[in-house]
Design a protein around this ligand. Sequence first.
Ligand SMILES: O=C[C@H](O)[C@H](O)[C@H](O)COP(=O)(O)O
Length: 219
Amino acid sequence: MTQDEMKKAAGWAALQYVKQGTIVGVGTGSTVNHFIDALATMKDDIEGAVSSSEASTKKLIELGIEVFDLNSVDLIDVYVDGADEINDRMDMIKGGGAALTREKIVAAVAKKFICIVDNTKQVPILGDFPLPVEVIPMARSYVARELVKLGGDPVYRQGVVTDNGNVILDVYNMQILDPKVMETKINAIVGVVTNGLFANRGADVLLVGTPDGVNTITL
Ligand SMILES: O=C[C@H](O)[C@H](O)[C@H](O)COP(=O)(O)O
């Protein structure tokens, strides 16, 4: 089974968490794209979606799913998104596709976070995947120096501008032993919009695509 087939299995498995008549929070990335394909089969049964990126918005609209502005929505029942890494406490690194800030905002509004991954994303300790940090452009060098003080090696993601008009620093060589503390520390650096650690609000349900089917994990 290919990695993409495992992503697809996890994406389609998330459909069972979508309730009729609700507004669904939709993440970003190659795994979520499979979920959006699945969601399109229920498009007449849901009210619509709130999206975490321009890319997901485009795909949702193309498939006939109405996309609402988050400011016009009080409640999101489930938020479905992928991850770059996830540990057994359901803490994640996200933002490989630069969508981390909007993802974190939509996730904050949702009652339940359903994380969909293939089995290569499960790790014992977060940090092999470079941690994305979204930064206000004029603060880039200052934030990079502060990230070095925290033990990381930040690298400017050349040529990438986020949907919010900011830049990304990818922080290498971090062994993140306490994801909640590190998330809070990095977010406290002036000029940081947010970082890709999703630990203070982690996943509630993890669906892992494997060669033997989809495993469901809850804490
Ligand atoms: O910014 C991107 C998101 O955080 C994605 O959820 C993450 O990068 C995983 O993407 P994929 O499903 O393509 O591996």
